[in-house]
Design a protein around this ligand. Structure first.
Ligand code: S3P
Length: 445
């Protein structure tokens, strides 16, 4: 039974919010741990449904994956080319990242791997990964439109390729680089628009040779195939994409000041915070440091009066998952915020462009979608709320609208809380612990 959640006006949000580990980095740590020889210890792994599905998958490929304590995991890998053929279908749940990265991983083995996922993932396009893998000699059999369930059949010898990404997707880039590990010679991905570089950083961390060069046609990322990867310790930063929700909540709720410790500040992930700063947000970055090759800082976020701005399309890859919550911030801002170049939002866990626009309209916010651009007209004097939002298996839509409810005139509900555990287990209790009023009934919320 779907469980609705209600979010009513919050008290000032104050205190420390410990956001769970980065989803992107957690998937990669488990996968690269499984492709390494020896022991990988992981601190701060996200124990959300998406990542747990990848942990199960790596076990099915023959790696030893053990849960040692909260966020602490140990992986003993099989080495590049050493994975077993899974005895059953790999179920990636809701995780597009999990499926795409694992498709690249499976492609590097002369084995057949079957993949499926939940109703959301089975709607999502995998042809964008299948196309470059096919050039490497991999056979992929999928449903219409390249959709899962699908099978990946790895060849005896994979061909290294040079591939220009037709869409700005770190998942596609990563799938190719992971497959490239098993190919003799050099595999190069050219990205005309830069995308998150966690795979490159972590590949180096585990001992692979990765070269990066910026050229007129984009960034060239080359991995040298058949490396000996060695198990390494990994510290996973708090996820900036999850930190986005409490951060925007604190900006919107009067009198708030919260601290978010150890949040990843990789510039290729930090577009939302850059945008909020331009909108006039009071966000301080302190205690900046590097952990396992990734930049991290503590964020202090205070209630702020925001103003609408124009968000350029070039920024989209660095904040692709954050548009729903940015649109919520924009709804409370003074004036219009125009977010341009959002085509990729249509193929996320749900059609997030439509879900965001429809949800805001239901809450009494004036919005317009023009092609791939979303305009939110912030009235600056409050959002009516008083709506129930259909989550459609999308965790970020669920959390964005709960945040909207924290500063709306009337309660906002989501129709199913289950999706939140995909990326942010404990969201409700964590937020209620600092002053939010999220509950399972409208009256007690
Ligand atoms: C991710 C990349 C992004 C992002 C997703 C995680 C990753 O997807 O939306 O949540 O870990 O590489 P695309 O690269 O397909 O845009």
């Amino acid at each position: 039974m779907p469980q609705p959640l209600f979010s009513s006006r919050a008290r000032p949000l104050t205190g420390t919010v410990r956001v769970p580990g980065d989803k992107s980095i957690s998937h990669r740590a488990l996968i690269l741990g499984g492709l390494s020889v020896g022991k990988t210890t992981i601190e701060g792994l996200l124990e959300g449904e998406d990542v747990l599905a990848t942990a199960r998958a790596m076990r099915a490929f023959g790696a030893t994956v053990e849960h040692l304590g909260p966020g602490r995991w140990r992986v003993v890998g099989r080495g590049v080319g050493g994975l077993d053929e899974p005895a059953d279908v790999i179920d990636c749940g809701n995780a597009g990242t999990g499926m795409r990265l694992l498709m690249g991983t499976a492609a590097g083995q002369p084995i057949t791997t079957f993949f499926t996922g939940d109703g959301s993932l089975r709607r999502r396009p995998m042809g964008r990964v299948a196309a470059p893998l096919a050039q490497m000699g991999v056979k992929i059999v999928a449903r219409d439109g390249g959709r899962p369930p699908l099978a990946v059949i790895g060849p005896e010898t994979l061909m290294p390729i040079t591939y220009t990404l037709p869409v700005a997707s770190a998942q596609v880039k990563s799938a190719i680089l992971l497959a490239g590990l098993a190919a003799p010679g050099e595999t190069t991905v050219i990205e005309p628009k830069w995308t998150r570089d966690h795979t490159e950083t972590m590949l180096r961390h585990f001992g692979a040779e990765v070269r990066v060069r910026d050229d007129a046609d984009g960034r060239h990322i080359t991995v040298v195939g058949e490396p000996d990867l060695t198990g390494r310790p990994v510290i996973v930063p708090a996820d900036p994409s999850s930190a986005a929700f409490p951060a925007v909540a604190a900006l919107l709720v009067e009198g708030s000041e919260i601290t978010l410790p150890g949040v990843g500040t990789n510039p290729l992930r930090f577009g939302l915070f850059e945008t909020l700063l331009e909108m006039g947000a009071d966000i301080e970055l302190t205690n900046r440091r590097i952990e396992a090759g990734e930049p991290v800082a503590d964020l202090i976020v205070r209630h702020s009066r925001l103003k609408g701005i124009d968000v350029p399309p070039e920024r989209a890859p660095s904040m692709i998952d954050e548009y729903p919550v940015l649109a919520v911030a924009a709804a409370h801002a003074e004036g219009a915020t125009v977010m341009r170049g959002l085509d990729e939002l249509r193929v996320k866990e749900s059609d997030r462009l439509a879900a965001t626009a429809n949800g805001l309209a239901a809450c009494g916010v004036r919005v317009a979608v023009d092609g791939d651009d979303l305009t939110v007209h912030g009235a600056g004097n409050g959002v009516p709320g008083n709506a129930t939002i259909a989550v459609d298996l999308d965790h970020r839509i669920a959390m964005a609208f709960l945040v909207l409810g924290m500063a709306a005139d009337e309660t906002v509900a989501i129709d199913d809380e289950a999706a939140i555990a995909t990326s942010f287990p404990g969201f409700k209790d964590l937020m209620n612990g600092v002053g939010a009023a999220i509950g399972t009934s409208g009256a007690t919320a």
